[in-house]
Design a protein around this ligand. Structure first.
Ligand SMILES: [Zn+2]
Length: 294
């Protein structure tokens, strides 16, 4: 089905390219409207690609990240908008330093929710995606992204909430992204083993195994797998567009595309809330949404 609207909410520029990217490219290519909402400007991001660590880049990082984001959205074939909050950065150290004043994670939840509700009421998405309650990883902006998305999903259709933020609109389904599963890495490792070659992501696999012992594999939460391997090249193009953030020699590109397509051609989501009837497992984010919802 085409002609529906999908909103992908993300914390920083580049998150849309590493979490559910091929799915957004697929739905856009199939004639749906897809809008990426980026909550912060990614101001705290340092230069993570050594080749881009050249004089003048850090001084212009805010502007450069906006250009990179525009190129990534073009690669995915989606629209993108900024909510205008300021990146909180990832506090490191023991104890961690306080969050910078005015940063996104310190903005009152109501204020951030109203800003997202405004965009929801304008774009009128049938489906929204965000992160789960852990944020996917413990970055304060990712956890806040979850909180704000859930709050906006609940408030957008309620005329009593944020009456100054547009005509109420009720999104029908809310999903969490679950891209980084242990099971997926293990399947890749098994394939390298079968071919008698060393697995290039062994360190990542070991880390994921440790994490899964503590919290279980995210695959146990997945309700919905989207076959989107045709769009993996667009996903990689979008990742590469974030040139200051993504190292082309890094982990995202270590597994050849043909092997990825053969072994794990899907992206994973968890249906967190639905206002329509659907049957699990699903293979379409719009499952259960019919003509009466257009
Ligand atoms: Zn992020």
């Amino acid at each position: 089905m085409s002609g529906l609207r999908l909103m992908a909410v993300h914390a920083h520029p580049d998150d849309e390219s590493s979490k559910g990217a091929a799915t957004t490219a697929k739905y856009a290519a199939e004639g749906n409207e897809v809008l990426v909402v980026t909550l912060t400007g990614g101001e705290a991001g340092s230069i993570l690609n050594p080749a881009m660590d050249t004089p003048g880049v850090l001084e212009r990082i805010h502007e450069i990240r906006r250009e990179e984001m525009a190129a990534a959205a073009a690669a995915l074939g989606v629209r993108q908008t900024w909510l205008g909050f300021v990146d909180s950065g990832l506090p490191e150290g023991d104890p961690p330093p306080p969050l910078p004043e005015g940063s996104f994670a310190l903005v009152p939840l109501e204020e951030a929710t109203e800003a997202l509700v405004r965009v929801v009421r304008e774009f009128r998405p049938h489906v929204m995606t965000t992160y789960d309650e852990t944020g996917g990883y413990p970055h304060p902006d990712h956890i806040r992204c979850y909180e704000v998305s859930v709050a906006a999903f609940e408030a957008a259709g309620d005329p009593a909430r944020f009456p100054g933020a547009g005509e109420p609109w009720t999104p029908l389904k809310l999903y969490y992204n679950h891209g980084f599963s242990l099971r997926r890495l293990e399947r890749f490792a098994e394939e390298y083993d079968r071919l008698g070659e060393p697995f290039p992501l062994q360190e990542w696999l070991d880390r994921s195994r440790k994490y899964a012992v503590e919290r279980g594999d995210v695959m146990s939460r997945v309700t919905t797998q989207i076959e989107c391997s045709e769009y993996f090249p667009q996903r990689d193009g979008a990742l590469l567009a974030h040139a200051t953030q993504i190292d082309p020699n890094g982990a995202f590109f270590a597994i050849p595309l043909d092997l990825q397509k053969r072994v794990w051609p899907t992206e994973e989501f968890e249906l967190a809330q639905t206002r329509v009837k659907t049957a699990l497992p699903e293979h379409d984010l719009f499952a259960g949404i019919g003509d009466e919802h257009r």
